[in-house]
Write a protein that binds this ligand. Structure first.
Ligand code: AMP
Length: 375
């Protein structure tokens, strides 16, 4: 992810994909034109990269020139396109190919046709690396199109956002949602995730989703989901992935304006972690960190038996079920430490001490994250 001015952009089209598209365009055009020497006309500023790479790939002799039209100001396509600068060359009876970086509304193209109306060219053809069919409002034929893209604002490879981004060798797409802080709070049962999540959600204005709480709510209300989950939960086993993933997605979707989430008790398997990454990606966001509370097993058993006396949770009342939950955690869930470590997102925090001290330890991890992302 990159930041240009106030906006975030995510990778969209790689340098390799661009190179392949450019190669296709060059060969296709060369084949159509044959022996004739064409004049390639780039429209500045955006097309400088396209033209430079294109002519290097063009296998036959050719001429190159540029014209300049002011086009984009910031994110919106400006309606009134300014006057043409350049075109000093006589193009009478020449085969002219306009080389564009992107054609979206087609306004620039309209201007190009107006300008070329009085030139006695032999033929005028249009080639563009990118085309946004959904945004295109004109009838002019586009003779050569490299890559069709959805109607999203892009930068890189000559295209800019308010002056920045033209130098990037690949193309990035604007992020629709603003930056969120998404945390996975991790740790064995009894580590204090729920207690700490309650403090952190207030402090950082995040939505706390505990899959265990959602299951218990459903069991209490005797929903179909609750009935299904109960048989697993009562034994201290994990509820099947698809059931849990569907439920979590529904919880996330309920909070459309959230500034971020604390996931507590989720993910517990690799499949859940993959599903969570995909869900965050679909929101143009990501998991920023897994923060794990580290607590010794015997302290956990002691804490959970203590909680069982008042919580009414059947899975907290029985030592063998408690030990099974801790075992499930280490057997199935602790592998997620590797999953997030591989992404450089794992932070272990000592979960033994006073509640306040542990909140402070967690906060310092989160504050560092926010600093890193420039929030
Ligand atoms: P917790 O309150 O997080 O300790 O969760 C209590 C129980 O709910 C667990 O022992 C599981 O049976 C079930 N559960 C909670 N979260 C998940 C999950 N992500 N995947 C599968 N089962 C879960």
């Amino acid at each position: 992810m990159i930041k240009l001015h106030d906006k975030y952009f995510k990778p969209f089209i790689s340098a390799k994909q661009i190179d392949e598209a450019m190669q296709r365009l060059a060969l296709q055009i060369a084949e159509d034109i044959g022996d004739e020497i064409p004049v390639f006309v780039g429209i500045l500023n955006g097309s400088f990269m396209v033209v430079s790479d294109f002519v290097k790939k063009y296998p036959n002799p050719c001429e190159v020139t540029f014209i300049k039209l002011a086009s984009y100001e910031g994110v919106k396509s400006t309606e009134d396109i300014q006057r043409l600068i350049g075109l000093t060359q006589d193009l009478t009876d020449r085969t002219v190919i306009i080389l564009e970086d992107i054609i979206d509304t087609g306004n620039t193209l309209h201007e190009v046709y107006r300008i070329f109306k009085n030139e006695q060219v032999k033929s005028l053809k249009i080639a563009t690396l990118f085309h946004k069919p959904e945004a295109y409002k004109k009838d002019f034929k586009l003779h050569y199109v490299g890559i069709e893209i959805p109607n999203k604002f892009i930068v890189g490879y000559g295209l800019d956002y308010d002056g920045l981004g033209r130098n990037l060798p690949e193309v990035y797409q604007i992020k629709e949602t603003q930056y969120m802080t998404n945390l996975v709070l991790f740790g064995p049962p009894g580590a204090g995730k729920g207690t700490q999540a309650n403090f952190l959600k207030e402090k950082y204005n995040l939505v706390h989703i505990s899959t265990g709480d959602v299951f218990r709510y459903n069991i209490k209300n005797e929903t179909a989901l609750g009935m299904l989950a109960k048989s697993y939960i009562d034994k201290g086993e994990l509820v099947p992935d698809q059931v849990t993933i569907d439920m979590l997605e529904a919880e996330v979707e309920k909070n459309t304006t959230a500034k971020g989430f604390i996931f507590d008790g989720f993910p517990r398997t690799n499949a859940q972690a993959d599903a969570l990454d995909a869900l965050m990606d679909s929101k143009d966001s990501q998991i920023n960190a897994m923060i794990a509370l580290e607590v010794d097993d015997e302290i956990l058993v002691e804490r959970l038996l203590g909680r069982g006396k008042t919580s009414g949770r059947p899975d907290d009342a029985d030592e063998s079920i408690i030990r099974n939950r801790i075992k499930e955690y280490y057997d199935k869930t602790a592998i997620l430490k590797d999953y997030y470590t591989a992404q450089d997102k794992y932070f272990g925090v000592d979960g033994v001490g006073s509640i306040d001290d542990i909140t402070l330890r967690l906060s310092s991890v989160i504050d560092n994250l926010q600093y890193e992302f420039g929030n």
